[in-house]
Write a protein that binds this ligand. Structure first.
Ligand code: F6R
Length: 244
């Protein structure tokens, strides 16, 4: 495990983007797993800057996002698909047909999840997975208690997660969907390389739990300690509770 501690959220995003750029320069056909959420906004800003200023191209990159809310379609402003279009896809040269997304409005959610796993497999698996972390230690939408063997599936969101994400629903927790589709823990662990980004005091318990705690399904991110190529890029506040 590699631990990189930087000053603030902006620096987390920049460092993360630089590492992604390095991987794309080594392999322009990279299969890239992506995340959404507040932590990711400066990260996507930095990637867009690298695209504009440093000729970084996403033309041949294939992307798979981690998760999506059940019941929202991709045009809904609160969907993760919309978030990605707005903050990243519309601003770089990624080809539309290379973007893979879970459809939270699919008729058969079980088949939707199975197909997603198959699509990942058909492209040879994920080369690099980007992750955020929830205050409760979730990765993707794998909440505490998620089976380490889980694959892409429908899940129930916890109250803490819905409260955190209310910021994307005009501050109204009751408007945050109760269910989501998410890549599973085993899906995430199958990625060849993983980079987790975290910022702020509110994430310090989750970070300490992942890095210093017991590896347990109670702390989903702790499973990453079993991965052979994982980097945590976090700011000082998120690192505040790590054992010295
Ligand atoms: C979203 C995702 C989640 C977020 C996490 C942190 O695609 O996978 O695990 O990364 O909930 O969200 P923020 O950054 O908003 O605190």
């Amino acid at each position: 495990m590699k631990l990189i501690i930087v000053n603030d959220l902006k620096a987390v995003g920049l460092r993360g983007a630089e590492l992604v750029a390095e991987e794309i320069r080594k392999n322009q056909n990279l299969v890239l797993g992506l995340a959404t959420g507040g932590t990711m906004i400066p990260f996507y800003k930095s990637l867009v800057n690298l695209f504009r200023k440093k000729n970084l191209s996403f033309l041949k990159v294939r992307s798979f996002n981690l998760d999506e809310y059940v019941g929202l379609n991709g045009k809904d402003k609160r969907s993760f698909r919309y978030f990605m279009d707005k903050n990243f896809f519309s601003k770089v040269d990624i080809s539309k047909r290379n973007i893979h997304f879970l459809d939270g409005n699919a008729k058969n959610l079980y088949t939707e999840c199975k197909n997603y796993e198959n699509e990942i497999g058909e492209l040879g698996g994920i080369d690099l997975q980007i992750l955020g972390i929830g205050k409760d230690g979730h990765i993707g939408f794998n909440e505490p208690g998620s089976d380490f063997n889980s694959r892409t599936r429908e899940v129930l969101l916890r109250e803490t997660t819905r409260r955190n994400n209310a910021k994307f629903f005009s501050g109204k927790e009751e408007k945050v969907p109760k269910k989501a589709l998410t890549m599973g823990i085993a899906t995430i662990m199958s990625a060849r390389k993983i980079i987790l980004l975290a910022s702020g005091k509110s994430k310090s318990d989750a970070i300490a739990g992942a890095l210093n705690g017991e590896i347990s399904e109670k702390a989903p991110a702790s499973v990453l300690m079993r991965h052979r190529d994982v980097a945590f890029i976090i700011d000082k506040n998120a690192a505040a509770k790590l054992r010295k």
